[in-house]
Design a protein around this ligand. Structure first.
Ligand code: TIU
Length: 226
């Protein structure tokens, strides 16, 4: 792969013109509370195996990305320990016995600095990688993500992580409105609900790619090999 080269990635609704020099890998919320047994996600009755199948494809893509020295950003959904950035409506949503900010199986649920809030060991950020702490579902809302990627000349995003229809979809929509081209590899994103996985991907690529492109990590890895 030559610096400044443009490569073509097989994708839907049509091929993605990939410019590695201005493309970042953005990994959304691969946090222990969403993916690990006994975490907040499982506590809510969700099937975490639907998310855990994304770990290995993400690990491979991340390794290839790192090997080429390309920019990596990670996000974590969560709140300040004083819960100052937690909207009351989000706090009470779901009517659970334990909600965000309360003690959960891996520390206070979705609170920054707690074990469950952190990224799973398989995809743990390196010291030179950017970690964006976000209070909402979208990675642009109330964060400096836009400034960080503008400063680095990023124009395209490969967006992976969880969950497909919630934080991945919201972030892709936010990125699209800010002028970024987003490519979502379907094997690297997951939903607790198979029907939402399918719909979440269809929503991105419908109408000529209304929010972006959908592909598979093998096509991205093949392009990086060129
Ligand atoms: N990261 C993310 O998607 N947060 C969520 O709350 N997702 C759910 O599917 N609940």
């Amino acid at each position: 792969m030559k610096a400044g080269a443009t490569l073509t990635i097989d994708a839907e609704p049509y091929e993605f013109e990939f410019s590695p020099a201005s493309c970042a890998l953005l990994i959304i919320d691969m946090q222990r509370d969403f993916l690990e047994p006994g975490g907040f996600g499982e506590m809510l009755g969700n099937d975490i195996s639907q998310l855990r199948r994304t770990i290995e494809p993400n690990r491979k893509l991340l390794a290839a990305w790192r090997a080429r020295g390309l920019p990596v950003l990670h996000t974590r959904e969560g709140h300040r320990p004083d819960l100052g950035c937690l909207p009351p409506a989000k706090k009470i949503r779901g009517r659970g016995t334990a909600t965000i900010g309360d003690r959960g199986p891996m520390g206070r649920i979705l609170v920054r600095g707690e074990t469950g809030h952190d990224i799973i060991p398989e995809l743990y950020p390196l010291p030179n990688e950017t970690v964006i702490d976000k209070p909402g579902k979208g990675a642009f809302y109330a964060t400096d993500l836009h400034a960080v990627i503008q400063n680095r000349g990023i124009k395209q995003l490969i967006v992976t992580g969880v969950t497909t229809e919630v934080c991945v979809n919201t972030t892709v929509r936010e990125a699209n409105d800010r002028g970024y081209d987003c490519l979502v590899p379907e094997d690297c994103v997951g939903s607790y609900f198979p029907e939402f996985q399918e719909a979440g991907l269809n929503m991105i690529k419908a109408q000529g790619g209304i929010f972006g492109w959908v592909s598979h990590s093998r096509h991205i890895l093949a392009a990086l090999e060129q």
